[in-house]
Design a protein around this ligand. Structure first.
Ligand code: PGA
Length: 252
């Protein structure tokens, strides 16, 4: 059985009070309704609140993730946060390669590979995002794009290292737009990604790697998406900011 995973990517939302009260309420309901069974639930708040969030979730099966790390350990990089620092407050997961990082912070595959290496050095699990733009899809380039994104980053890792990854397929045109990929588009891409893992690492690893879908997941479309054989969960943005919606997505 592949691990089922739901990740709440809160992006640059919620202050200290909003973060802590959401997590406390969420935790209470998750355990009351017992909806964490057989699933990995990861919440990704902003940097300043990772420590307190981790403390609140201490002793539970729920986890937190950082939304980014710098590609070096330490040094003169004003304003940056490293895996070395995050490790010291108990963070074990990081989202890398998100399209917003690629677009607004110009993160290319070479930097992403460095981030992967440093994350692995500190034993992080990595949620690695791939996905095409609408122009690339309209030119039928989506498979080439995703293949290149993986080839130049994740596929530099050994078969041992690659066990630390979750892959998130996030078509850029579906992120924050309310336009979700169709079940067929998502399943076809997930199957393709799994086949790339098969070609590179063999059946044992391709069978086990969890491939998540992301891009306008909500409480109404989650069930259909998650029922596909190669979709093992979701990376959820906007809908993860609403408690009941997030709970419903997890229950899907
Ligand atoms: P969305 O964001 O659910 O708001 O589309 C997903 C993401 O960016 O991870």
């Amino acid at each position: 059985m592949r691990q089922k995973v739901v990740i709440a990517n809160w992006k640059m939302n919620y202050d200290f009070h909003e973060t802590t009260s959401f997590i406390r309420n969420f935790l209470k309901i998750v355990f009351e309704r017992k909806i964490n069974h057989n699933k990995k639930i990861i919440i990704s708040p902003s940097f300043p609140f990772l420590h307190i969030s981790n403390q609140i979730l201490q002793g539970t099966t729920l986890n937190i993730a950082a939304q980014n790390i710098h590609h070096k350990d330490k040094g003169s990089y004003t304003g940056e946060v490293s895996a070395y620092m995050l490790k010291s407050i108990g963070v074990q997961n990081v989202i890398l390669g998100h399209s917003e990082r690629r677009e607004f912070f110009f993160e290319k595959e070479n930097i992403l590979l460095e981030k992967i290496k440093i994350a692995l050095k500190y034993n992080f699990n990595i949620i690695f995002c791939v996905g095409e733009s609408s122009l690339e899809r309209s030119n039928n380039k989506q498979f080439d794009i995703v293949k290149t994104q993986l080839k130049e980053t994740v596929f530099h890792c050994t078969s041992d290292e690659v066990k630390s990854f979750y892959i998130a397929y996030e078509p850029i045109w579906a992120i924050g737009t309310g336009e979700t990929a169709t079940i067929e588009q998502a399943q076809t891409m997930h199957e393709f990604i799994r086949s790339l893992f098969f070609d590179k690492y063999g059946k044992n690893i391709s069978d086990k790697v969890s491939i998540l879908y992301g891009g306008s997941i909500n409480d109404l479309n989650a069930k259909n998406l998650f029922s596909q054989k190669d979709i093992d969960g979701g990376l959820v943005g906007k809908s993860s900011l609403e408690l009941e919606k997030l709970l419903k997505i997890i229950q899907s």
